[in-house]
Design a protein around this ligand. Structure first.
Ligand code: G6P
Length: 372
């Protein structure tokens, strides 16, 4: 096993370090001269042009990738998108039609809840497309089409590199559908393609500049009993993913919230010393989201929270407000979740390691849950 880890302390450490490659490999062969080509979807142009709804189904980390994907799919294609946990979906008599595209997301392609949801949707006439990391797995075999994330084998139970690859695949799909439907101009597509192509290099930079600091921070926080995560818009699913990883790996109470929801409840949890990670939107994000999240930080800080901000390089507004600032490179706002999640993966791994836990095999969890 030591040899398979290639010198890394754990599979998870290896797989987090492979996040840049996972994105690059998912893009490989699918971008030609500034536009998207997905050979697996050849022959589906009419179908993808004719859909009037997209329903994303997944479990766990894959469902958070789906939630991120919703922002891009809906914004770029103008097709309404819902994201639902696969195990909730098929027990509520959902409405489906032949013009519904069901997109399932699964690293393993074997998660029973997701598989059953796909079968259910297909039997009721929906078209099914699977985003999967494992060649020839059951879910892609049960789907009308598959877009593979070529993240490479993922061994650690908690999903990391597959997550960034899933978001990448969803963005590729969104741009492909946007081109077919004419909902984005060729120039807009080219701009987004350029953003995607820049992600691997930016992820490598996060590893170079922030990894040691994050591990140090995790070490200092080794006896923390509860951590909250705040995000807004595309940062919201990332907040939930950061919390999930901490529960899974470090066995501590962690919760992710939408920053706008703070005043509707979670702010009551803030007491002096409570660590809160905040994923800060780009100052260029629409709807003054940056200013709104900064004011959320002011609110929690006034109540004694210990703020760890994940913010874009050069964003000075966070400096007087945060106890720690973790930096991510500049990107168009839609692409920030792919960069912002990596510090959270490193942090969860670091905290579990500081507690002496096995990050590859957390207690009570399985890599792939093949029972309902
Ligand atoms: C398990 C794993 C998670 C994973 C989820 C979905 O719970 O521990 O890391 O996100 O299953 O797995 P899938 O293979 O369908 O992506």
């Amino acid at each position: 096993a030591a040899a398979e880890k290639g010198g890394w302390s754990s599979f998870m450490a290896k797989e987090v370090s492979e996040e840049p490659d996972a994105v690059a490999n998912t893009l490989r062969g699918r971008i030609r001269e500034g536009h998207i080509e997905i050979p697996e979807l050849d022959g589906m142009d009419d179908l993808l042009t004719g859909i009037d709804r997209i329903l994303v189904l997944a479990c766990g980390t894959a469902a958070y990738a789906g939630m991120v994907g919703k922002y891009a799919l809906e914004s770029w294609t103008r097709v309404p998108v819902d994201v639902e946990l696969a195990h909730e979906f098929r027990y509520r008599d959902p409405v489906l039609s032949p013009s519904t595209l069901v997109v399932s997301i699964s690293q393993s392609g074997e998660t029973m809840d997701t598989l059953m949801a796909v079968k259910y949707a297909r039997e009721r006439g929906a078209k099914t497309l699977s985003i999967c990391n494992t060649q020839g797995a059951t879910i892609p075999r049960e789907s009308d089409a598959v877009v593979y994330t070529h993240a490479g084998p993922e061994v650690a139970v908690a999903s990391t590199k597959a997550f960034v690859a899933q978001i990448t695949a969803l963005y590729l799909l969104a741009l492909h559908v946007a081109r077919l439907r004419g909902s984005l101009s060729p120039e807009q597509i080219a701009e987004n393609v350029a953003e995607l192509e820049a992600i691997p290099g930016k992820l490598s930079r996060v590893l170079e500049t922030e990894q040691d600091r994050i591990e140090q921070l995790a070490h200092w926080m080794g006896d923390t009993r509860s951590v909250l995560f705040l995000g807004r818009n595309v940062g919201y699913p990332i907040a939930m993913e950061g919390a999930l990883k901490l529960k899974e790996l470090a066995y501590i109470h962690a919760e992710g919230f939408a920053a706008g929801e703070l005043k509707h409840g979670p702010i009551a949890l803030i007491e002096p010393g409570q660590p809160v990670f905040v994923i800060v939107p780009s100052p260029r994000a629409e709807g003054e989201m940056h200013r709104k999240v900064i004011s959320s930080i002011e609110e929690i800080r006034a109540r004694g929270a210990r703020v760890i901000a994940i913010a874009e390089e050069g964003d000075a507004a966070v400096l007087p407000l945060a106890d720690e600032v973790l930096r991510i490179p500049l990107a168009a706002p839609m692409f920030e979740p792919i960069l912002g999640v990596m510090p959270l993966h490193i942090f969860a791994m670091g905290l579990a390691t500081a507690k002496g836990l096995d990050v590859d095999q957390p207690r009570n969890l399985a890599k792939s849950v093949t029972v309902e």
